[in-house]
Design a protein around this ligand. Structure first.
Ligand SMILES: [Mn+2]
Length: 340
């Protein structure tokens, strides 16, 4: 029959996962305008810019239920002196504890959590809260950088280059005691982490990635395999044992600075717009996406208004892709062709 042959044509994108309809998802948005994981002003404006670009209406327009939990308020620390080389430790620890609790509340309410940053140090609290609510996770880290320095290997002391070191079980013994960090419990196994888009990795990070055997699709592999094969292999790898809920931590600097220039640490040779959106479209199809971070949008790093708009709209499109938007178009099941 006609419907039978159409079904046969609908080959799942990822062979371990089933296709889901592009509607009916429930999204909980958390604004986390926190910037002390790095030195540049402006990244705290990310959440409101992404909202102003119409995120909520666009998600609702594609069939999602959306609850916006508003912007988190973060505690100020007057004397947040460096600990060793690590900067703003108390502020970062406190902000992430607050964020972890917020993500847990969003997950308890039954939503897919969307955390709008802010800088990438916020992945600590986002991943911690996600795991506290749902248990073991897979993490897909889309970024130009590996963000896996420990406090002792970091060349800069900026915690946005370190978040993974705090959440990986395997690095627990390498992390010194830090003020406001005692609540953090490692919750991700190195075998459940996949990187996409790397192209600026410190030697000490490269050593850690090899030591832990982390799965990496750097820009070299994206060039070699193409993004569709990278995503197929990512899902095959992550679902080879057990299908765990996926945490997507998406740094906008993964995408090429010609498309997303308004970010703190741009690196040439990044993902195209199309590759960047394909990643979220593909993960959406798995039905396993349970929390998303979209971080490092910094309007003060754009030289023109066009730079800022291009960065913000790309961030929105990445998020829409996470929740069923398809470039072929979408329509709700209730659509009928009008009769004359
Ligand atoms: Mn990052």
């Amino acid at each position: 029959s006609r419907s039978r042959s159409l079904q046969q044509l609908a080959v799942p994108v990822c062979r371990h996962h089933r296709h889901l309809p592009p509607s009916g998802r429930s999204v909980g948005i958390i604004g986390a305008g926190f910037s002390k994981g790095q030195p540049r002003d402006g990244v705290e404006r990310g959440p409101d810019l992404i909202r102003a670009a119409g995120l909520r209406d666009k998600l609702q327009g594609q069939g999602c239920a959306v609850k916006d939990y508003g912007n988190l308020a973060f505690e100020e620390f007057a004397n947040d002196e460096p600990v060793g080389r690590v900067k703003n430790v108390r502020s970062v620890g406190s902000a992430n504890q607050r964020l972890s609790e917020a993500v847990q509340a969003v997950k308890r309410d039954g939503h897919t959590s969307v955390m709008l940053g802010g800088d990438h140090s916020l992945a600590i609290g986002s991943i911690h809260g996600h795991s506290a609510a749902v248990g073991e996770l897979s993490v897909v880290w889309v970024d130009a950088h590996a963000d896996i320095n420990t406090p002792l290997t970091s060349p800069t002391g900026n915690i946005h280059g370190q978040p993974l070191s705090y959440v990986l079980y395997e690095l627990q013994s390498k992390i010194p005691v830090l003020p406001n960090f005692s609540w953090i419990k490692p919750c991700v196994s190195a075998k459940d982490l996949v990187y996409i888009g790397l192209r600026d990795v410190d030697p000490s990070e490269h050593h850690l990635l090899k030591l832990l055997g982390v799965k990496v699709f750097s820009m070299t592999e994206v060039d070699q395999l193409g993004v569709s094969k990278v995503m197929e292999e990512t899902c095959d790898y992550l679902s080879a044992r057990v299908k765990k809920p996926i945490h997507l931590s998406y740094d906008i600097d993964a995408i090429d600075p010609s498309v997303t220039p308004a970010t703190g640490t741009p690196v040439v040779g990044g993902l195209s717009y199309r590759e960047g959106v394909y990643i979220s479209e593909h993960l959406s199809q798995t039905g396993l996406l349970s929390a998303v971070d979209l971080v490092e949008v910094n309007p003060l790093r754009g030289r023109t208004e066009q730079d800022v708009q291009s960065t913000v709209h790309t961030a929105v499109d990445v998020l829409l892709g996470c929740f069923g938007r398809r470039r072929e178009g979408n329509h709700s099941p209730s659509h009928r062709v009008p009769e004359p």
